[in-house]
Design a protein around this ligand. Structure first.
Ligand SMILES: *[C@@H]1O[C@H](CO)[C@@H](O)[C@H](O)[C@H]1NC(C)=O
Ligand SMILES: *[C@@H]1O[C@H](CO)[C@@H](O)[C@H](O)[C@H]1NC(C)=O
Ligand SMILES: *[C@@H]1O[C@H](CO)[C@@H](O)[C@H](O)[C@H]1NC(C)=O
Ligand SMILES: *[C@@H]1O[C@H](CO)[C@@H](O)[C@H](O)[C@H]1NC(C)=O
Ligand SMILES: *[C@@H]1O[C@H](CO)[C@@H](O)[C@H](O)[C@H]1NC(C)=O
Ligand SMILES: *[C@@H]1O[C@H](CO)[C@@H](O)[C@H](O)[C@H]1NC(C)=O
Ligand SMILES: *[C@@H]1O[C@H](CO)[C@@H](O)[C@H](O)[C@H]1NC(C)=O
Ligand SMILES: *[C@@H]1O[C@H](CO)[C@@H](O)[C@H](O)[C@H]1NC(C)=O
Ligand SMILES: *[C@@H]1O[C@H](CO)[C@@H](O)[C@H](O)[C@H]1NC(C)=O
Ligand SMILES: *[C@@H]1O[C@H](CO)[C@@H](O)[C@H](O)[C@H]1NC(C)=O
Length: 602
């Protein structure tokens, strides 16, 4: 009907008239492509030496990437009040004048990466009150001065990596009250900019790279109470985290990768009880020790890829009842026992590829759980078992598993239990060698059934032997060698009887029959039987006990004389060495030497 036609005609007239109206010019600079629908202007790769003039006022996005723009003048973008996104990546910017972005009051993102900026003057970012994302990565900025970013109260994401910062001033980040995520590169910094970071009261995620530190100091991130994610990467010299270095943080995610840590930082990790994700990949860590990560009770994901891991001890993940993901691929592990876990039932993803795995009963649990565990396309592969070399865990059929992945119980190879009888002072070695699959570990128990350590006068040697040096009568008794592996254990008892020295020996320092090894006959041994260390210790102990007795004596005399009211000025003390005294009744020797001491009382 007529009404509709009139409406239609009016609409057509309006549409035709629009481009002619002076208030909304639809201009587009020659090197750019302006999209009227999205209001985006794409000048990328337009061979521009400067920001073109005559840009449409209502643009929301201006893409100036891959040009050769060198400078941005003051109020360069003044009229683009609707602009939301400005991208100046990959230009040759060396100078950005103060207030260059003034007027961009709606701007949300500003990208300046891969330019040649060396300085950012205070005031450059004035007027960007809505800005949420700022990227100045891969420039050559040397210093961050006080209050550079003070106008960016809405900024949430700030990327500044790939610069040459030599100095980050204490107030550099002042005013960034909304900042949630910061990435910064410390290649040329000598310390964590702790004080500057302290301004970022709302920070949630921090990524620090390339700092040249060997030790992460205490309280490095102390006031960042809201920080949830910390990524430390490529600190190639970092070997130690001080005990309190992570103090004050309440992280849920921690990554320390491509550093030089040789130990899991157990102590610094202890307070992080809310940690869910831990990544220590690409550190030369050799072992995850037992029962030291139990404080991380909410941990769900642990990654240590590309390390130097040779062992994951029993109980390593004890207490971690929610561990779902473990990735220890690209290490030197020969096995991973189910005893390392709190419970293998929670495990959903297991990265064990690229390890020289020995396929035996210790890995049976992995094969049995293969249907419940995701190997992310890299199932474990047997490496060191001759029979199964190259087999992949998915090749095993359910019913043949327990026949293929087997272990052999240890067997101690010694033919008989020795009974050794020696004179006091001899050194005795008991051998114990065992076979089994996997190779059993050998340990020794003393007559009190306590485990013998690898140090001390009586010690377990690394080759499985037990060594008793300078045997004493109280060393007598039954020692037990225990060989154990995943399949069980075997034991062997040996007995030692040490005979006390005959009372006839005269010279305390060169007693007859005292020799360094049982094989050497006493007569042949012309060497001084004590080594220098023993002698030194004995002498020192003697001295200490002598002096303490003398001191006690003097104190006593001092008080006594005080009490009497008359003062003796000198005192002479004669002493007889204790060993000589205690042996006096049995020894008739010439060891009768006594000492004499004169002291002055004050
Ligand atoms: C911008 O223009 C360049 C050059 O014509 C083109 O390669 C690129 O895809 C465009 N980008 C967008 C987001 O349209
Ligand atoms: C600008 O254009 C380049 C090239 O097409 C593109 O890679 C980049 O993402 C664009 N920037 C924005 C903010 O869209
Ligand atoms: C901004 O707009 C004013 C007029 O509104 C004009 O005179 C001026 O040249 C424009 N500036 C730029 C940089 O386009
Ligand atoms: C920053 O460190 C890199 C390598 O670590 C070096 O090449 C560069 O010269 C250093 N820059 C400054 C300004 O010291
Ligand atoms: C890493 O630590 C080892 C010793 O623990 C040292 O020999 C090596 O030089 C360190 N590497 C770096 C890059 O500092
Ligand atoms: C760091 O703190 C720990 C624990 O309080 C302390 O033992 C250590 O000496 C401190 N290290 C330094 C360098 O202050
Ligand atoms: C630590 O963070 C967790 C969640 O990430 C939160 O529930 C807990 O209250 C925080 N603790 C403190 C002391 O801030
Ligand atoms: C373990 O991490 C490596 C390296 O990131 C990855 O390639 C592999 O897929 C991961 N494995 C699993 C099971 O997630
Ligand atoms: C075990 O090592 C010690 C020294 O470490 C050596 O004296 C002894 O002969 C070794 N025993 C065997 C059985 O190889
Ligand atoms: C040796 O095995 C028995 C059971 O076979 C076990 O009770 C014992 O604790 C094991 N001893 C050691 C030292 O592993």
């Amino acid at each position: 009907d007529l009404h509709a036609v009139l409406h239609w005609a009016a609409f057509c007239l309006l549409a035709a008239g629009t481009p002619l109206m002076p208030e909304t010019p639809r201009l587009c600079p020659p090197s750019c492509r302006c999209d009227a629908a999205t209001l985006e202007v794409n000048c990328s790769g337009g061979r521009l030496f400067a920001v073109p003039s005559g840009l449409p006022f209502e643009s929301t996005l201006l893409n100036l990437t891959r040009n050769t723009i060198k400078t941005l003048a003051t109020r360069q973008f003044h009229n683009l009040t609707q602009l939301l996104h400005l991208d100046l990546s990959d230009n040759l910017l060396t100078l950005v004048e103060v207030e260059a972005f003034l007027g961009l009051r709606s701007l949300l993102t500003l990208r300046l990466p891969r330019n040649h900026l060396k300085v950012i003057s205070v005031g450059v970012f004035a007027g960007l009150k809505s800005l949420q994302l700022l990227d100045i990565s891969s420039n050559k900025i040397l210093v961050l001065l006080d209050f550079t970013f003070r106008d960016l109260a809405s900024l949430e994401f700030f990327t500044a990596d790939g610069n040459d910062f030599v100095f980050v001033s204490r107030q550099a980040f002042a005013g960034l009250t909304s900042l949630k995520k910061l990435a910064i590169d410390g290649r040329n910094l000598t310390a964590v900019p702790t004080e500057a970071l302290a301004q970022l009261t709302d920070l949630r995620s921090l990524h620090l790279q390339h700092l040249g530190l060997a030790v992460l100091p205490n309280y490095s991130f102390h006031p960042l109470v809201h920080l949830k994610e910390l990524i430390i990467s490529h600190f190639s010299r970092l070997e130690t985290l001080s005990g309190n270095s992570l103090f004050g943080l309440n992280l849920t995610s921690l990554t320390i990768q491509h550093c030089n840590l040789s130990e899991v930082p157990y102590i610094p990790l202890q307070p992080l009880v809310y940690l869910v994700y831990l990544d220590l990949s690409f550190n030369p860590i050799t072992c995850i020790r037992g029962n030291l990560l139990g404080d991380l009770l909410r941990l769900q994901e642990f990654r240590l890829v590309g390390g130097s891991l040779m062992c994951i001890e029993s109980g390593a993940f004890k207490g971690l009842a929610y561990l779902r993901v473990l990735n220890v691929s690209q290490n030197f592990l020969t096995t991973l026992e189910s005893g390392s876990f709190h419970s293998v039932d929670t495990l959903k993803t297991l990265g064990l590829g690229d390890n020289p795995l020995a396929c035996d009963c210790r890995l049976l649990w992995v094969a049995q759980r293969q249907l419940h565990v995701d190997f992310d396309g890299r199932p474990p592969i047997c490496a060191t078992s001759v029979r199964l070399e190259g087999w992949n865990f998915l090749d095993f059929a359910e019913d043949e598993l327990s026949n293929l992945l087997t272990c052999r119980r240890p067997r101690i190879l010694n033919l008989k239990s020795p009974q050794v009888r020696v004179d006091q002072g001899h050194t005795v070695e008991f051998y114990c060698s065992a076979e089994g699959d996997p190779q059993p570990s050998v340990s020794w128990l003393n007559p009190q059934l306590r485990r013998i350590s690898t140090t001390g006068r009586v010690r377990a040697l690394s080759n499985g032997s037990l060594e008793v040096r300078y045997a004493q009568p109280l060393d007598s008794g039954t020692y037990i060698c225990v060989a154990s592996n995943a399949a069980g254990n075997d034991s062997l008892a040996v007995s030692l009887l040490v005979q006390a020295l005959p009372p006839s020996s005269k010279n305390l320092f060169r007693p007859k029959g005292w020799s360094a090894s049982p094989s050497a006959s006493p007569g042949e041994n012309q060497k001084l039987p004590f080594d220098l260390k023993t002698l030194l210790i004995a002498t020192t102990i003697g001295f200490f006990s002598f002096f303490s007795s003398v001191t006690v004596c003097f104190i006593f005399m001092f008080f006594w004389s005080k009490g009497k009211g008359q003062i003796k000025h000198t005192a002479t003390i004669a002493y007889v060495p204790r060993s000589a005294v205690s042996n006096n009744n049995t020894r008739t020797g010439n060891y009768k030497e006594t000492g004499r001491f004169t002291m002055k009382l004050i």
